[in-house]
Write a protein that binds this ligand. Structure first.
Ligand code: DMJ
Length: 468
């Protein structure tokens, strides 16, 4: 089946899906972090402490790109009048960075409005005390009033998390670029120094690192949750530097080599998947989060060493196919949180607590990269299947909701419209059906929350040209 009505989400007419998500957020949860679309009220998550307005800040660039001018204007006014970081709040450094700092930076680069630059830098400064640890590996959690940090109590031996401290680089390089304060860049470059001093088991990066001792915690390696965007940021740091950051490049391709050797496997039915590694043993499970890696491999293909460009594109295509299968093998045609390749199943969730779908973007993200890099029409077709499933099962009167069990047609909604649905899922869908010259990859890299940041060239001044 070919996407029948591309116009409905493409650049020509804005996105009715975005409009529905935004209008309902505005009606029922304006100024709060997220929307509960069934109970039609605000939803607060402890990731942002009492910083408010996550959906507004996360959605700014999507509104701008979709030319929803009125909505962008009201969002900007809210930021000017209400976005306040002078609060006594314990926040997740990673989540606040990718959604708030990333969202504000993109809004600034796209619109040129000074308020977004000012707020991004102000928030970046609030995050700096997180790096006050013996090694400079930041805490996961930070009270932005007192500057006191700590780690998640569940994290192995008091460790910081690879995907959290490894997903600050792009934003912090831009904060230095826009503020002239080199401290931001120094903090993230030091993270690399610590990592490069450490021995890595089989060349792999464990998900846990103790910020006091500088030693790895439990040897659990994952390209999904807890690890994912660390690898993404190595590649994108290199791309964002105008391909001058050789250290980032080397760390990325070395890591991919180890991942291929130790984690990537093929099922008996011919599906390529990325397993998890626990102290040398493989768990044949792949998370929805891991599906972003298809797009990452394809995006990195061009610079791959030893003539491996075609191989990395192929790897991206195989991961895209596996993740599409994980959607296609459910009754709702939406993918589960995790799927397995053991006990006689392939690309299917077997545990009840892995059957949910919370409006995540990673599979559509991979379709978007694969489309741009190959122009194989199947990626638009698969994206369209996802649009139809979202409309059928996730759309409710009050917005869009996640689903508790994608294998059960009697839908049970989780009653949360995640802010990343507006920043990522809907943006990647829109880009999938747009021309390649909208945010071209030569000029923009997307942070892990799909916020576009411009490529920085050596001769760039302090202010970027709007390159949209
Ligand atoms: C987003 O916040 C980001 O993509 C992050 O890197 C991983 N999880 C969510 C979406 O699933």
């Amino acid at each position: 089946m070919v996407a029948p009505a591309i116009c409905c989400i493409s650049a020509t007419c804005g996105s009715p899906m975005m409009k529905h998500a935004w209008d309902n957020y505005k009606r029922y949860a304006w100024g709060l972090n997220e929307l509960k679309p069934i109970s039609k009220q605000g939803h607060s998550s402890n990731l942002f402490g009492n910083i408010q307005g996550a959906t507004i800040v996360d959605a700014l660039d999507t509104l701008y790109i979709m030319e929803m001018k009125e909505e962008f204007k009201e969002a900007k006014e809210w930021v000017e009048k209400n976005l306040d970081f002078n609060v006594n709040a314990e926040i997740s450094v990673f989540e606040v960075n990718i959604r708030f700092v990333g969202g504000l930076l993109s809004a600034y680069y796209l619109s040129g409005e000074e308020i977004f630059r000012k707020k991004a830098v102000e928030l970046g400064e609030k995050l700096l005390p997180a790096f006050n640890t013996p090694t400079g590996i930041p805490w996961a959690l930070l009270n932005i009033k007192s500057g006191i940090g700590r780690n998640w109590p569940w994290a192995s031996g008091g460790s910081s998390i690879l995907a959290e401290f490894g997903t600050l680089h792009l934003e912090f390089i831009h904060l230095s670029h826009l503020s002239g304060n080199l401290l931001f860049a120094e903090k993230v470059m030091n993270i690399r120094k610590v990592l490069n001093r450490l021995d890595k088991p089989e060349g792999l990066y464990p998900n846990y690192l103790n910020p006091s001792s500088g030693q790895w915690g439990q040897h659990h390696v994952s390209i999904g949750g807890l690890g994912d965007s660390f690898y993404e940021y190595l590649l994108k740091a290199w791309l964002m530097s105008g391909k001058t950051d050789e250290e980032g490049r080397k760390m990325y391709y070395d890591a991919v080599q180890a991942i291929e050797t130790h984690l990537i496997r093929k099922s008996s039915g011919g599906l390529t998947y990325i397993a998890e590694w626990k102290g040398g043993l493989l768990e044949h499970k792949m998370g929805h989060l891991t599906c972003f890696a298809g797009g990452m491999f394809a995006l990195g293909a061009d610079g791959a060493p030893n003539d491996k460009t075609g191989h990395h594109i192929e790897l991206g295509a195989e991961i895209a196919r596996t993740c599409h299968e994980s959607y296609d093998r459910t009754s709702m045609k939406l993918g589960p949180e995790a799927f397995r390749f053991d006990g006689g199943v392939e690309a299917i969730a077997t545990r009840q607590n892995e059957k949910y779908y919370i409006l995540r973007p990673e599979v559509i993200e991979t379709y978007m990269y694969m489309w741009r890099l190959t122009h194989d029409p199947k990626y638009r077709q698969w994206g369209w299947e996802a649009v139809e499933a979202l409309e059928k099962y996730c759309r409710v009167d009050g917005g869009y909701s996640g689903i508790r069990d994608v294998y059960n047609n009697h839908q049970s909604h989780d009653d949360v419209q995640q802010s990343f649905f507006l920043s990522e899922t809907l943006k990647y869908l829109y880009l999938l059906f747009s021309e390649d010259d909208l945010l071209p990859f030569e000029h923009w890299v997307f942070n892990t929350e799909a916020h576009p940041l411009p490529v920085l060239h050596k001769d760039d001044g302090n202010k970027e040209e709007n390159q949209k």
